[in-house]
Design a protein around this ligand. Structure first.
Ligand code: CA
Length: 375
């Protein structure tokens, strides 16, 4: 972090202002308003959008910004607190099969709930879901309204790790020690087939007592996930008070929570033994202290903003209400730049559209869908 800061500051001095580094003039263009706590954004053919609203609605937004009535046929949800309808992605074959995947808080007995992942077909008129199937359900169900995760990254292609979904799962806040145990799905990344099957090369399929969906463990609450242009799986997760992290989870590895963390308890005080490193536990690629409360994540692959931005990573900040443009070099974070501060809302998700432009949704009772228009 200190190394990063010194690079940032010296670059700023060199160029006179941080804005001069890789500067591209962009203007936030509001595409749609009136969204209630939008959480995730996907793209449909003909310039339309698919947006989740946390209270449990899925909406199509027309290219001109008109909101359609909520899509019907969604499963029952435990909406409340941080729970409800969360991430959504479209299948790479959506134009033919109209398949989507979404994650949400699924009610259990009494006041319990957990994160679930469902697959469905969006009807031809985009008004309802058909052939709904819950393809994963986090175990155990817990009486908590916090730390559901969840973000979905779909890896397509024909290689051994392809045709699968990565899903980030939170520790439910009250069960952090379970993130270190392999007999549950709390504080994990899981990996499943698009039909809910378990890939044969998942790391714990043949380990007695371990759940076979687990890809990596020791996570706290991941609310960003994507694939890098080279196909590597990237995610980020919220720390407690400090210590939000970017990780590149590899099969079977332990990302440390709650044994190691750069954060501390809310109100102060160390977590566990107050360690930041331990043998057998992975270090994050990057960490933010204080926490930015990261949400949403995408690599820009288009040329629409010029060469300075191509290949940059974009992550939303809920807490400080900006979009973080992250420059990487040699796989490390070398600079960060704040965008969209003028919007004054929590940035919940960021994606690259089929037009190569970046889009965000803002998490607010009157949330917006915003396009970053290059000037
Ligand atoms: Ca960690």
């Amino acid at each position: 972090m200190q190394a990063y800061l010194s690079i940032y500051v010296s670059a700023a001095l060199l160029f006179g202002s941080t804005c001069a580094i890789g500067q591209v003039a962009v203007k936030p263009e509001t595409v749609a308003t009136g969204l209630q706590h939008p959480w995730a954004l996907a793209f449909l053919p003909e310039g339309r959008f698919l947006v989740t609203e946390r209270p449990g609605r899925l909406r199509v937004i027309e290219a001109d910004g008109r909101l359609q009535a909520p899509v019907s046929g969604l499963p029952e949800m435990a909406a409340g607190g941080q729970g409800g309808l969360l991430d959504v992605v479209t299948d790479s074959g959506f134009a033919q099969n109209r398949t989507i995947y979404f994650c949400y808080s699924e009610p259990g007995p009494g006041t319990t709930n957990s994160t679930a992942l469902a697959r469905a077909r969006l009807s031809d008129d985009s008004r309802r879901l058909e052939n709904l199937k819950v393809i994963f359900s986090q175990k155990p169900k817990v009486g908590s309204s916090a730390h559901f995760g969840c973000r979905i990254a779909l890896r397509e292609g024909k290689g051994p790790n392809d045709g699968t979904l990565f899903l980030t799962l939170g520790d439910r806040f009250s069960r952090k020690d379970d993130a270190q145990k392999l007999d549950n799905h709390l504080g994990k990344v899981v990996r499943i087939g698009k039909d809910g099957s378990i890939p044969k090369d998942n790391p714990f399929v043949s380990q007695p007592g371990a759940l076979p969906e687990i890809w990596s463990y020791g996570h706290r609450n991941g609310q960003g996930a994507t694939l890098a242009p080279d196909g590597t799986f990237w995610m980020h997760e919220h720390g407690p008070q400090g210590g939000d992290e970017i990780n590149l989870p590899q099969a079977g590895k332990n990302y440390g929570w709650p044994v190691i963390t750069y954060g501390e308890n809310y109100g102060g005080g160390k977590i566990g033994e107050g360690l930041t490193a331990k043998p057998g536990m992975e270090q994050p690629l990057h960490q933010w202290t204080p926490s930015i409360a990261s949400s949403g994540m995408v690599f820009l692959t288009s040329d629409r903003y010029g060469p300075a931005w191509k290949g940059n990573l974009f992550i939303g900040s809920l807490k400080f209400q900006y979009l973080d443009r992250i420059e990487l070099k040699g796989g490390k974070v070398v600079a960060e730049h704040k965008l969209l501060e003028e919007v004054g809302q929590r940035i919940r998700d960021v994606r690259q559209g089929p037009d190569g432009l970046l889009y965000v949704v803002t998490d607010s009772p009157n949330g917006k869908l915003i396009r970053l228009a290059p000037l």
